[in-house]
Design a protein. Structure first.
Length: 129
DNA sequence: TTGTTGACCTCTT
DNA sequence: CAAGAGGCCAACA
């Protein structure tokens, strides 16, 4: 990551002209918000739920606006395939993500969620589109 | 309009 | 077994 820091993407984004006023962001936020407390999910799972499983990067990209999204999106519950806190650096503080997870009674070691597989919450499985 | 970036995932060397 | 490169879709400049 560079210090470039893109100028926040909030503000309704660009709204597709196809009808949906909300963009990819809303979809991701909505799914993340539905994550039960004490549970975690992965970018791939969300991407798969949204249909863009081939591009999990989009999910992470959408999370870029999660910081200013309202209501706040529990981005700390979103981890990578390994269950590692990849986006911890994007939080206010590098330890904030871990702190939030600890509040959820989720154990974290070496930036990785313990028993991540058990705490894993798959939107496609729970929400089933 | 094109080009570059992005909190990833998977295959190949 | 470990490291590197490619690829996907979407948004910003």
């Amino acid at each position: 990551m560079k210090n470039q820091k893109t100028k926040k993407v909030g503000k309704k984004e660009t709204a597709r002209s196809t009808g949906k006023q909300y963009s990819f962001f809303e979809d991701v936020f909505d799914v993340v918000r539905q994550i039960p407390k004490g549970r975690v999910t992965t970018f791939g799972a969300i991407a798969n739920y949204l249909g863009t499983k081939l591009s999990a990067r989009m999910v992470g990209w959408a999370m870029n606006g999660a910081h200013q999204a309202t209501p706040p999106v529990p981005a700390h519950r979103v981890l990578n395939r390994n269950g590692m806190l990849t986006g911890k650096a994007h939080f206010a503080t590098p330890t904030l993500m871990e702190e939030l997870l600890l509040k959820e009674k989720i154990k974290v070691e070496n930036d990785t969620v313990v028993d991540f597989q058990k705490l894993f919450w798959d939107p496609a499985q729970e929400l089933e589109i």
